[in-house]
Design a protein around this ligand. Structure first.
Ligand SMILES: Cc1cc2nc3c(=O)[nH]c(=O)nc-3n(C[C@H](O)[C@H](O)[C@H](O)COP(=O)(O)O)c2cc1C
Length: 197
């Protein structure tokens, strides 16, 4: 698959078959993450793979519980999180769903130890995009989980996943064979987004 074609044709898949994903394919996806660039090649990214359906369900329920709390406390949290202010903040929180994982059989959490590198947020984001492109090349669907960071403050989730102190979840993707691949949402144009000198 051509890289430019893969970049344009990858979609955020929001409905999955229950068919499990082969371990080799999951490993290839993570391998693609490991080949992403990282500041000073520190390679701070760590991955937590969940394929156990009962644990997956527990994590999904815990995420919903924590996110519902954020929703309730929005006016307070918005004091120090400007992105949660006003209509935009309300809209962002409206996207929180009970079935956040869209029925996917695999969740891969991406994170790093907070003291591992000064660029771990960027490094883990780059790894995540590589992983989604690799999933696409392998015939899998994937979707980024925007609210997953809410689990950092959940003692229950940290215990279930055995996360060490100082470990920060920065991203996560769900992975699986797509039931349905959505149409590409429109993109802004170069003219709207680019300044040339
Ligand atoms: C940082 C980030 C967080 C996202 N969070 C979610 C999410 O929590 N749930 C979801 O269904 N999609 C999520 N998405 C997927 C976006 O909805 C999707 O990327 C966007 O609509 C563009 O569609 P496309 O990826 O198919 O091009 C997220 C994407 C990014 C980059």
């Amino acid at each position: 698959m051509e890289i430019l074609e893969a970049i344009k044709n990858r979609r955020s898949v929001k409905s999955y078959q229950s068919r499990p994903v082969e371990r080799e394919k999951i490993e290839q996806v993570i391998e693609a993450g490991l080949w992403a660039p990282s500041g000073q090649n520190q390679q701070p990214c760590r991955f937590v793979v969940i394929t156990d359906s009962s644990l997956l369900g527990e994590i999904e329920r815990e995420l919903y519980r924590v996110c519902s709390m954020v929703k309730k406390l929005r006016p307070l949290i918005a004091l120090f999180r400007p992105e949660l202010r006003g209509e935009k903040g309300k809209r962002a929180l409206r996207s929180i769903r009970e079935r956040a994982f869209h029925g996917a059989p695999v969740l891969i959490i991406v994170g790093a130890m907070r003291d591992s590198s000064s660029t771990y947020h960027k490094d883990t984001a780059m790894a995540t995009q590589n992983m989604m492109l690799a999933a696409h090349a392998l015939g899998l669907g994937s979707c980024c989980m925007g609210w997953i960071g809410a689990l950092n403050s959940s003692r229950r989730a940290r215990k279930l996943l055995n996360l060490p102190k100082g470990f920060e979840i920065t991203n996560a993707i769900v992975l699986g064979y797509p039931e349905r691949v959505p149409k590409a949402p429109p993109r802004k144009t170069l003219d709207e987004t680019t300044t040339w000198f």
